[in-house]
Ligand binder design. Structure first.
Ligand SMILES: [Zn+2]
Length: 178
């Protein structure tokens, strides 16, 4: 499935070419995405050919499913992101993270799946939560109780910081049962 995201650069004519993809849950499963559990997005890649390089204009638009910061239940996060990559041919593959990718000249191909995924991950706001009323009420109650107790037990918690607090084990069990 991820081989569908491979673009043959040598087949690009001077007037460039556009590619469209649908990113569904399987896209994130295939990439073994850690935090994104699913999604439904449209992606476009426009490849522009220059004299000695290519420019890839990437665009994604849609929704992903990620855990809420506050209650840890799944939430829907809208995504709308753009990115530009410069690609050149060279002796071997090189991605130094500065948006210039070197692709082996004898292969002449680039797979854009990972770049689309990276774009989506970078677009997620640092704080992402449900609207207040949509958070998992049961979980919020437990988290609230824990934060109160932790506040009151601050001194003893410092003294016992090598022991695992049994209340956190309870919470972990609860999460695992979800
Ligand atoms: Zn929530």
């Amino acid at each position: 499935m991820l081989e569908n995201f491979e673009i043959d650069l040598k087949a690009i004519e001077m007037d460039g070419k556009s590619f469209s993809y649908s990113l569904e849950d399987s896209f994130f499963t295939d990439l073994e995405a850690q935090d994104i559990t699913g999604g439904h997005l449209d992606a476009q890649v426009y490849v522009k050919k220059n004299a000695a390089s290519y420019e890839l204009y990437l665009h994604v638009d849609g929704n992903i499913t990620i855990p809420c910061d506050r209650c840890l239940d799944d939430m829907i996060q809208p995504v709308n992101a753009d990115s530009v990559l410069k690609v050149k041919f060279g002796p071997s593959y090189l991605d130094e993270g500065d948006d210039l990718i070197i692709v082996p000249e004898d292969e002449g191909k680039i797979n854009v799946a990972w770049f689309l995924y990276e774009m989506i991950v970078l677009s997620i706001p640092i704080h992402h939560t449900h609207k207040d009323v949509e958070c998992n009420a049961e979980m919020m109650k437990i988290l609230m109780e824990h934060s109160d107790q932790n506040f009151n037990d601050e001194d003893s918690a410092v003294a016992n910081d090598n022991k695992v607090d049994p209340r956190w084990s309870d919470l972990k069990n609860l999460l695992n049962n979800n």
